[in-house]
Design a protein around this ligand. Structure first.
Ligand SMILES: Nc1ncnc2c1ncn2[C@@H]1O[C@H](COP(=O)(O)OP(=O)(O)O)[C@@H](O)[C@H]1O
Ligand SMILES: O=C(O)C1=C[C@@H](OP(=O)(O)O)[C@@H](O)[C@H](O)C1
Ligand SMILES: [Mg+2]
Length: 176
C-alpha cells in the first residue's frame, strides 16, 4: 500500500455500525483499524461511562479531540469515530482533510433497537433514549453531511453489504 493512502473515517450516530463495519472494511481492504473510543478506553484504562462520570462529557470530548488529531497524521487506516466527533470544528477539519469520510445514516428508530440493551453509551442512559436519538439526529445530521464524501443509508443493508459498498468506493478512489 502506498504510504500516502489516506484514512477512511466512518461517522454517524450511536448504533450506526461504525465500529462493526469499520473493522470488517479494514480487514477487507488490508488497512489498519482503529476505533477512537477504544483508543480512549485503552489510554485511560476505564470504560467510557466512567470517563463521563468523572470528567463529564467535556473531559471525554477533550480526549476524543486529542485522539482524532493524532490519527489525522496517520494514513492507511479505517477509523471508526464516536458519534459526537463532528461536534467540534477542529475534528471536522481533520476529517475533511484526511481522506474519505463515509456517513452511515440510519433512522433513529433502528438505532434505538440496536442500542437499547447496551449500557455502554452514557448519552442514552436517559428515560427516553429514542427521543434522545431523534434530537441528536436533528442536531448532528447536518454536521455529518458537512464532512461526508459519501452518505450510506445504513438502515437498509446488512453490515456485510455496506462493507462491500465502501470497499468498492475506496478501491475506485485509490486503485487499491
Ligand atoms: N448494518 C447493520 N445491520 C444490522 N445490525 C447492525 C448493522 N451495523 C451494526 N449493527 C449492530 O448494531 C450494534 C451497534 O453497532 P456498532 O458497530 O457498535 O455501532 P457504532 O459504532 O456506530 O455505535 C451492534 O450490535 C452491531 O452488531
Ligand atoms: O454520540 C456520542 O456522542 C457518543 C458516541 C459513542 O460512540 P458510538 O457512536 O460508537 O456509540 C461514544 O463516543 C460516546 O458514548 C459518545
Ligand atoms: Mg462505535
Amino acid at each position: 500500500m502506498p504510504t500516502s493512502t489516506p484514512n477512511i473515517y466512518l461517522v454517524g450516530l450511536m448504533g450506526a455500525g461504525k465500529t462493526t463495519i469499520g473493522r470488517a472494511l479494514a480487514r477487507r481492504i488490508g488497512y489498519g483499524f482503529v476505533d477512537s473510543d477504544h483508543e480512549i478506553v485503552a489510554r485511560t484504562g476505564v470504560p467510557i461511562p466512567t470517563i463521563f462520570e468523572i470528567e463529564g462529557e467535556e473531559g471525554f470530548r477533550r480526549r476524543e479531540a486529542q485522539v482524532i488529531a493524532e490519527l489525522a497524521g496517520d494514513h492507511g487506516r479505517v477509523v471508526a469515530t464516536g458519534g459526537g466527533v463532528v461536534l467540534q470544528q477542529a475534528n471536522r477539519d481533520h476529517l475533511r482533510s484526511g481522506g474519505m469520510v463515509a456517513y452511515l445514516r440510519v433512522p433513529p428508530r433502528i438505532l434505538f433497537e440496536r442500542t437499547r440493551s447496551d449500557r455502554n453509551r452514557p448519552l442514552l442512559r436517559v428515560a427516553d433514549p429514542l427521543a434522545r436519538l431523534e434530537a441528536l439526529h436533528a442536531e448532528r445530521d447536518p454536521l455529518y453531511r458537512e464532512v461526508a464524501d459519501i452518505v450510506v443509508e445504513g438502515g437498509r443493508g446488512n453490515a456485510q453489504s455496506i462493507t462491500q459498498l465502501l470497499a468498492r468506493e475506496a478501491c475506485l478512489r485509490w486503485k487499491l
